[in-house]
Every structure is written in structure tokens, then in C-alpha cells.
Design a protein around this ligand. Sequence first.
Ligand code: NDP
Ligand SMILES: O=C1O[C@H](COP(=O)(O)O)[C@@H](O)[C@H](O)[C@H]1O
Length: 596
Amino acid sequence: MAALSSSVTTRSYHSGYLASFSPVNGDRHRSLSFLSASPQGLNPLDLCVRFQRKSGRASVFMQDGAIVTNSNSSESKTSLKGLKDEVLSALSQEAAKVGVESDGQSQSTVSITVVGASGDLAKKKIFPALFALYYEGCLPEHFTIFGYSRSKMTDVELRNMVSKTLTCRIDKRANCGEKMEEFLKRCFYHSGQYDSQEHFTELDKKLKEHEAGRISNRLFYLSIPPNIFVDAVKCASTSASSVNGWTRVIVEKPFGRDSETSAALTKSLKQYLEEDQIFRIDHYLGKELVENLSVLRFSNLIFEPLWSRQYIRNVQFIFSEDFGTEGRGGYFDNYGIIRDIMQNHLLQILALFAMETPVSLDAEDIRNEKVKVLRSMRPIRVEDVVIGQYKSHTKGGVTYPAYTDDKTVPKGSLTPTFAAAALFIDNARWDGVPFLMKAGKALHTRSAEIRVQFRHVPGNLYNRNTGSDLDQATNELVIRVQPDEAIYLKINNKVPGLGMRLDRSNLNLLYSARYSKEIPDAYERLLLDAIEGERRLFIRSDELDAAWSLFTPLLKEIEEKKRIPEYYPYGSRGPVGAHYLAAKHKVQWGDVSIDQ
Ligand SMILES: NC(=O)C1=CN([C@@H]2O[C@H](COP(=O)(O)OP(=O)(O)OC[C@H]3O[C@@H](n4cnc5c(N)ncnc54)[C@H](OP(=O)(O)O)[C@@H]3O)[C@@H](O)[C@H]2O)C=CC1
Ligand SMILES: O=C1O[C@H](COP(=O)(O)O)[C@@H](O)[C@H](O)[C@H]1O
């Protein structure tokens, strides 16, 4: 056991289970106390070790029978709450293992209300993710799912609707039908307006019936258009909050459309919620390879020492989709690709990529480091940005529509469906290194990747064998986020034979070849984290402010000056301007080279 401050106040583990947490010493050490009878036969050390292994997020020690965390002082109430939930869940698992009734979970319930249940995202992502979690045994023992929206539906109709969407990966497995039936029995529906206290009070009543007197924990997932976020939060918090457990709200993007509107949204939400109740989702943070970024960097000696301007020439974040805005043009036209993809998904990945080593894996420590990166970024110059919009294109006898052919898009819209930008981080680690971003719809392929291009080998003995273009012969690390998740490193290698010819070959970690387990959808990870109170993958308000501060001046300039996008054919590689932009910064896009 690690010895911590002797003034830590503790209660005997054997006399209780976790019920509260409290600051200790007013400084770095905090304790989690167990207040009532704990399951017999639990080994506190085992619990502690299991907890550490499971969370990998905070240092947790047992001392005098209490669990103590020594995360740094930036640790907030927030992370401690998360810790509490995890400990409860670990405790309950231990209890189940030794066959005693746990007084942790069996006394608490989690009610998940999908607000906007009739909508696209709910059907496409949220219900399937909840089912996948249920299938995997990740949901708590007592849980209830409620759909809430204006559409009139019975519980049975909701279940029918949801069952049609459970065509996710999970239903290919054995016993899926049975599991699906069990899951659907836990799904209910309440029809109501988003701004009606009365309707949320009715929801509250129904939730209470299902909670059956247990400690109630409530998660609201706002899967509705942003203009009604605040109404729904107001009603949920004032009329349907938990009285004895936690209440959390997952908010979907867009979080405003610039610094002002985002700040206004945050202010409005904070009228009804504490920051630690708000879970701003960026589903790219829930993607497996994005989650793995820190593991790659911080647990492999060979990468972190190279992770700086000294060895890295440029970094590229590339997002492309091979379909247009079909069906979502109305939403998209008000935002454009910079707000839709760059300001959030790509910038979040950039921050994770470039941050300094956090003090710990605690959510606040990681988010502190990400904010520092965002705040160190140089304002984006409009001349460092290329924008494009797709136009109609006929190929193989098929005509693909232009962006403005979408009936929900205003005629003559200048909204960019493609953008490329050069960004810089003005700090000691990254001074002068171009971070290039490229995002587009209706391109030739669907992919998301991070490309790290390293500098050339000084005085390379094999220059003669690699050709005159030194940059062509440098190492490149590619993290392919999707599809076909992979990490590969391009190296120079001798082509077997009697001569001395080098080629570029890949050291390739292709996930489908290495791991048999299917990769969970990002929404599964994020929903589970929200239930467990883990905030690491959610956006804190200061991160959001910093992200908007970076992009708002650029967006204003593009929009006020009515900058004309460069038109590119549907299904192409995007505007050629993106290549000129890269060339200006002595970069070649990695996704267009012959040996991608
Ligand atoms: N769909 C997607 O792939 C993604 C969506 N998002 C975000 O998630 C949220 C939900 O998206 P999505 O499901 O596509 O949205 P929808 O447009 O499908 O709306 C969800 C539900 O909200 C209700 N609703 C729609 N418009 C209004 C309105 N003007 N006033 C009141 N209620 C309305 C409808 O339910 P009812 O009429 O029954 O009340 C609808 O079923 C949005 O914030 C979106 O930006 C983020 C990333 C991807
Ligand atoms: O947030 C969004 O993401 C999707 C792409 O998500 P993915 O997980 O399918 O890669 C994008 O289509 C949409 O425009 C955007 O709002």
C-alpha cells in the first residue's frame, strides 16, 4: 500500500460501503469513505488493485481501510464523483463474485432518457449503442431506458422502432434475439413537448415508478436540434432531476456556431446544470484509434522522444466522406465543413496528439493539457485556408448531385463542403511545425486518418539509393482511424537481392488481422463513460471556448467577405488549392502519394 498523509480521515472499509467522498488536508489527497455495511468476504486490496487495473485513470490506494486517491490538485469534485461511481461498480462486481448481495448497485438505478427519441441520431446510434452495452453486460443491474419526443408513440411502438435499428454489429451474434427481447422490455416511451414542465413532470413520475424507491441516477441524452437544448435542459433539470442520485446531461454538437453563441449556450445551460453535469459529446473522441493515441505515445518509448519539432516535419489530420450532405443539407448549410468537422473532431484529435504528458490519466489532467495546446495555437490566417464546394459530376452513366442541388440547401449557397487549413502551435515543442487539416464531403473515399511525417535522416548514407527527393524517403506514421483501423509506419527497407535498392515498406498493425474482437462504436464508449461519470472524452467548457476562439475570426472573415469556394466534382479528391496550400508549407498530403 502506498503511504499517504497521516491526516487522511478514513473509515473502516469493513464497516461500510462507499457512500461519500470528502477533501482531505485541503490539498492533493482525498478520501472516499465507506459508510454502511459492506459485502462480506471482499478483500479490500483485491478491490483496490482491480479498480486500478480497470480504471487506469487515477492512482487509488487503500489506507486504513479507505480508498484514497492522490491525483493532483487540479482534480475536481467531478473526477471524484466519477471515481465514486467506479468504486461502487467495482464493489458490486466483487459482491456478485463472492455471491453476496451488494448494497451498492442493488440500491441504485440508472434511468437513461433519450430526448428526441424519434430522430435520426437516436435510431442510428444511441439505441444501438445502448443495446450493445446491454449485450456486453456493461449496463448496471437496474436500468431503464425512456424515449422522449413529441411524436405520439406507445411503448410497443417505440420498441418496434428501436428493434428495427438494432441491425448493428451486435445482432450477428448468438442469442442476440433473446438479448434483444430482454433489452426492449427495459425500453419505454413518453411523448411530450421539449419546453413543457408538465410533460417532464409526467416523465419524472414514470421514472420514479421504475426506480422503485432505489437511489435514482438519471442520464438525459439531448438528441434534438440545438435551438431547443436549453428548453429541454430547463425542464429536465427542474422537473425530472434525480433527488437522491446524480443527474447528467449529454449534449450533442453543435455547441453554438461561434464564440458568442457557444458562450451564450454554455451560460444558459449553466443556469440549470453544474459544469460537471454537462457531457458535451464529440464522438470522434470515442473512436478506438483516437482513444489509443495516448497509449501509443505514452507507453512506447520509441514514439514520445520523437514527438516534437526536432523529428516531426508536419502532421496531417484528414477526414473524407464519399457521400454528400444528402438529407442533412438544411442543418449543414448553417454550419459548413469547418464547424461540422474541423473545429471539433479534427481539432480535438490535434489537441490529444500535441498535448504535453498529463500529470495522470485523470479527466481533468488530460483536459488541462488539451486546453494548453488550444490556447497556444496561432490565429489561423485566411490565406492558410482553402475552401471548396462539390459540384455535380457524371461518372459511369450516373450523375451525382451538386451540393446546391439538395432541396434543403438555399440556391447559390457558398457554404464550404471542403476545407484545408494550415495551423501552428506556438510552443516550444511544436514551433514551426505545420499541422495540416483537410476535411470534405462527396470526395473519392471515406476515411479518417492522422499522418505524421518525420524529418529526413541527416547525412543519410543511403541517400544515393533513395533518390533525390529527401522528403519522399522519410518515415511516416499513419494512424488510420477508419475504416479498416490500422497503425502503420513507413520505413526504408532494402529490397531483397544482391543489389542495394531501397523501397518504402510498411510495418503494419492492421486491427482486423491482430484482434478478433469487434471494435465498439464510439457511442458505446461515450455512453458508458457518461454512465460511469468518466469525463475524459467529453469537452470541458474552457476547451470549447478555446476551440471557438481559434476558428471564429476565420469563419467571420470567410462569411463576411462571402468568399467563393473552389468547386470540385462530386467523387473527386477535392480542390487543387489544397495541394498549393500544402506546397506553400513544404508539405505533400500523405493520402495522395503512390504508396499511401
Ligand atoms: N444525425 C446525425 O448523424 C448527427 C446528429 N448530431 C446532432 O444530434 C442532434 C440530433 O440529431 P438528429 O437526430 O439528426 O436530429 P433530428 O432532426 O432527427 O431531430 C431529432 C428529433 O427532434 C425533434 N425535432 C426536430 N426538429 C424539431 C424542431 N424544430 N422543434 C422541436 N423538435 C424538433 C423530432 O422529434 P419529435 O418531432 O418527435 O419531437 C426529431 O425526431 C442534433 O443536435 C444534431 O446536430 C450530431 C452528429 C451526427
Ligand atoms: O459529426 C459528424 O460526423 C459525421 C461523420 O461521423 P463518422 O463517425 O461517420 O465518421 C459526419 O457525417 C457529420 O456531417 C458530422 O456532423
